[in-house]
Write a protein that binds this ligand. Structure first.
Ligand code: SAM
Length: 238
């Protein structure tokens, strides 16, 4: 299902409440969000600012969707609109995030468009990833701050969100380790379906997985094996 360029077209439908996104995110969202259009999702966005994204997301999902928005600025509570709930708190406050998730989660989609500092993005991710449903999306906007020292980043800075996400690529592949001590099987291998790196935007898809299977099919007869996970000292894929 396509969004019919819902997100790009929304720019023409904004009201006095300013929407604040990078231009190309709209195309990413139009490419990504089709399967969720009109669905009664449980959605969480960190970062309200002037409130422009509340109506964008509300009108995109089903009227039955549960839409939660967080911001540290108490003034944002006044930007709540029907069909949304704004909660005031700090995205690094684990107890606040857990309470929000207990009362409003689990979530199908989480968007982190909050303060964009490394500790904020990492604490929110670590706390909220377990609150994401199987099949759900965790989206972190403005990850160019991973390259900005003022936000705790820098080029290949240890502890930046981009470096953390790059590391998750390895953890996702840790089924295939040949080094149990140095590169052990990581729990994210069972939970992370994909990571997409767009410019400034990272999309992590949660997918609760069984160990991967290689399949063969001949004359319509399908065979499966997990041998690839057991073979060590590989020199060839076959
Ligand atoms: C980029 S703006 C959000 C823009 C909005 N999502 C939109 O699409 O129009 C960032 C917001 O994050 C909020 N913020 C900053 N630090 C925060 C924190 N530690 N916890 C929660 N929100 C925070 C700011 O108050 C600001 O309103």
């Amino acid at each position: 299902m396509t969004t019919g360029q819902y997100f790009r077209n929304f720019l023409l439908r904004t009201d006095e409440k300013t929407l604040f996104k990078m231009d190309h995110y709209l195309d990413v969202y139009d490419g990504l969000m089709g399967p969720w259009m009109g669905k009664p999702v449980s959605f969480l966005e960190i970062g309200v600012y002037k409130g422009g994204s509340l109506r964008m997301w509300r009108d995109f999902f089903s009227p039955k969707a549960s839409l939660t928005f967080l911001d540290i600025d108490p003034a944002c509570k006044a930007l709540e609109i029907p069909g949304t709930e704004v909660r005031i708190g700090d995205q690094t406050d684990v107890a606040f995030l857990q309470k929000t998730a207990a009362e409003r989660g689990p979530f199908d989609i989480i968007v982190d468009d909050g303060g964009h500092k490394m500790d904020q993005q990492l604490t929110s991710f670590r706390t909220l990833w377990p609150q994401l449903r199987d099949g759900g999306l965790y989206i972190v906007e403005d990850v160019h701050t991973s390259y900005w020292p003022g936000f705790g980043g820098g080029f290949r800075a240890p502890g930046s969100f981009v470096e953390f996400a790059k590391d998750l690529i390895d953890r996702m592949h840790s089924w295939y380790t040949e080094d149990d001590a140095g590169f052990p099987l990581h729990p994210m291998a069972r939970e992370l379906g994909s990571i997409a790196f767009h410019d400034s935007l990272i999309v992590l898809k949660k997918q609760i997985k069984q160990p991967p299977i290689s399949i063969t099919s001949q004359n319509g007869k399908i065979g499966g094996s997990r041998k690839i996970l057991e073979v060590r000292g590989r020199k060839s894929i076959f």
